[in-house]
Ligand binder design. Sequence first.
Ligand code: PMP
Length: 399
Amino acid sequence: RWSKVPLGPEDAILGVTVAYNHDPNPKKINLGVGAYRDDEGKPFVLESVRMAERILLEAENAMEYLPVAGDKTFVKNALKLAFGSECSAAPGFENFAGMQTLSGTGACRMGGELLARFYDAPDVYLPTPSWANHTPIFKDAGCTVKGYTYYDASTCGLDFKGMVADIEKMPPSSVVLLHACAHNPTGVDPSKAQWDQLSALMREKHLVPFFDMAYQGFTSGDADVDAYAPRKFLKDGHHMILAQSFSKNFGLYGHRVGCLSFACDSVAEAQAVESQLKILARPMYSNPPIHGVRVVNEILQEKTLESKWRLEMQGMAERITGMRMKLRSGLEARGSAKIWDHITSQNGMFCYSGLTPEQVGRLSTEWSVYLTKNGRISMAGVTSRSVEYLADAIHAVTK
Ligand code: PMP
């Protein structure tokens, strides 16, 4: 009966973990997963999240369905986190259409669905490269996916000139996906001055920014600093779209906490967009999960808990920065002839190492070090104990 269903390929990132799990070497390292690990290499639950959960347990809340667009208080809290609690460009956020989504993935997907259904120019331009899931998300939603220049392999940095040249050529009204901070997979972000320039250029060209903010806090350790780009674009008057994920910065991965919002011209426009988002969501999943947003609300509405969360967020970012420095100095100390500045100049969870697929292959077969073929290292998977071994391994395969 199901014989016409062909066997599909394994997801490239999940495939790395499968190979890692099969390796008996006790020194093996998994640098594929995009989830934060503590310095013991273990999954990390934030204490602020545990505290919020204890409060929720005591409160004995009902577990009724949320509305189709999710928890309104959560959406407000998410917008405040993104744009600042005293957002002068949008006091009260009345002109925003917003909905709770199945994390950042769901936010991107629902944004794509709305564009495909109602927007006259649903061409979505992605940076080259981008998070591997962006292409299928927007294609499956019904958008046409195109690319723009972003990464410069010769410097392991941003090709800003190329990026600007490509944006200048885009037809007006095109949608441009931008990683708000901690670009995945490259770890390369525009500077503040470059964001300012991009905002002005995109206004001039009548382009629509679609920010994907999956790592707010992971670049600088400060959620406000990391929100520079969306805040600047809002101030400059863009009709922007924002997808937020609470997977990494709150460590709520499996709870699927996210938010999608559209900056609209009026309350009436916002209501119309929101009504259509609900019509899209109802037959897809009816309504989103309740527990994770309660946790986020507890934290963001209680000063002590919020301060604790901010400190823990900073702690995660600092541990990653520390590992970047140790890995770079470890390679330099081994006399590597290569330049490794980009390990510390790139941001967020990932280091786009510049390792070739052949070198990545050798890392797994000779050293039991697993990462995706594109050479992306999840810095969150590096620990004080494994960093020297990793430097040995990378040095050996790049000699
Ligand atoms: N966008 C980017 C750029 C990501 O890296 C991720 C996580 N890998 C997401 C969105 C979405 O993650 P989630 O659905 O867990 O929020």
